[in-house]
Design a protein around this ligand. Structure first.
Ligand SMILES: [Zn+2]
Ligand SMILES: [Zn+2]
Length: 245
């Protein structure tokens, strides 16, 4: 399984970069985790938009889903001009108007996901965990090719997330804040908490992402290292991480 960081910024993105978006690839099959602002543009450095058919949305904050609507428009145009015959499939929490709006037959459809549910998307076996956030939000665990990846999406700290990410080969953890800012009620992790999550989960590699647009980013790494002593990476545009079979 390969994970390519498409976007790594929380809230808004830097010039020519993107908010949350992670492209998972296994045996030529692609699954995009989140589709925030800028993701569709950056993604085209890696694949043609007509080769992407599956998008998981963790929640409906703009930095995680705002490009999803344009993905539908892209599919509409490209199906109409004969460049692809395959529709686009979205997976996410139901009962949100923003999710329902992504259905536009015959170009796109939606599959509701429950926190307790399981989903097989091509080679990817997916399970979910409700996070601590001001709106309903799902973390996702993906298993494929004998490897495991967990994406926290947006969350405050709670021990259940460490359990959900137990022994993951790659833990993509949000890291929105510099310690000591934050706390459980913030709905986001500071760097020390992201490090703690990595340590308690026992993950092989910890990738810090959903980074703040201010401050010295290297401080995040130093703060996370107080708690996490394994392989630590800072997410960067188009960074590719291979989880070898
Ligand atoms: Zn966010
Ligand atoms: Zn959010």
């Amino acid at each position: 399984m390969r994970c390519t960081v498409i976007g790594n910024w929380g809230g808004c993105c830097r010039k020519n970069e993107a908010c949350s978006g992670y492209l998972l690839t296994q045996d030529g099959f692609h699954l995009l985790l989140d589709c925030g602002s800028g993701v569709l543009s950056v993604l085209q450095n890696i694949i043609d938009l007509n080769d992407l058919h599956h998008i998981f949305l963790s929640h409906y904050h703009f930095d995680h889903y705002s490009d999803a609507g344009c993905a539908v428009y892209s599919r509409l145009v490209n199906m109409q001009v004969g460049k692809t015959k395959q529709k686009l499939h979205f997976y996410g929490l139901p009962n949100a108007e923003k999710f329902s709006e992504l259905t536009w037959e015959p170009y796109s459809d939606i599959t509701p996901v429950a926190a307790s549910g399981r989903l097989q998307i091509g080679p990817f076996a997916c399970t979910f965990q409700k996070t601590v956030h001001p709106v309903d939000c799902l973390a996702i665990r993906v298993e494929a090719g004998g490897k495991s990846l967990v994406y926290t999406a947006d969350t405050g700290y709670f021990d259940g997330m460490a359990e959900f990410a137990r022994d993951a080969d790659l833990l993509i953890s949000e890291c929105s804040l510099y310690a000591p800012a934050g706390g459980e009620k913030a709905g986001h992790l500071n760097a020390e908490q992201a490090g703690l999550l990595g340590a308690r989960s026992g993950c092989r590699t910890l990738l810090l992402t959903h980074l703040p647009l201010y401050g010295e980013l290297e401080r995040l790494r130093e703060q996370a290292k107080k708690n996490y002593h394994g392989r630590l990476l800072m997410a960067d545009k188009l960074m590719a991480i291979d989880l070898e079979d």
